[in-house]
Design a protein around this ligand. Sequence first.
Ligand code: AR6
Length: 170
Amino acid sequence: MVKLTLIQGDITKLEVDAIVNAANSSLMGGGGVDGAIHAAAGPELLAECLTLGGCPTGDAKVTKGYRLPARYIIHTVGPIWRGGQNHEEQLLKSCYENALKRAEELQIETIAFPNISTGVYAFPKQKAAEIALTVLGKYAQKHHTTLKEIFLVCFDDENYQIYKKMMNNP
Ligand code: AR6
């Protein structure tokens, strides 16, 4: 069993094997959690990102963590919310699934996820939390994985309250 742990705070500070970045398809950095990760990891991160050729929405690509305590960064690109009729839910689900695939390939034990798409990309927070917890909850019951613990990292209070409620009353 994989343990699911909710925390509130800054994902760049976590001592885990990998943190997930909510990037954009250029992988060239931006604001929000992406900006915080690039600032904390240092300029070598952008240099590696530039070699990756971008990343399609819903997919996930790996870099090193550079100056972060985390060894790897799994960059995924969440969907921009455009009303819900443009495959937004499926694409967000794919972000979590593909990030987990990358984690399996890396054979790591601990990973931390931010609340992908719920900032600048304006995905409704409640719906995004339901998708995240469904994918991660199902995954946590799988036995064939090296992962031992998945951290759900909420930065803003609103997300933290949503996750707290959902994880206490599944
Ligand atoms: N640690 C953890 N979570 C954070 C942090 C942090 N340091 N900072 C913000 N969050 P956003 P998106 C939370 O906007 O909606 C960027 O410019 C924040 O509270 O970072 O997927 C990219 O380059 C929110 O819940 O990502 C893209 O262009 C969550 O992270 C675009 O934004 C996601 O908010 C992606 O938009």
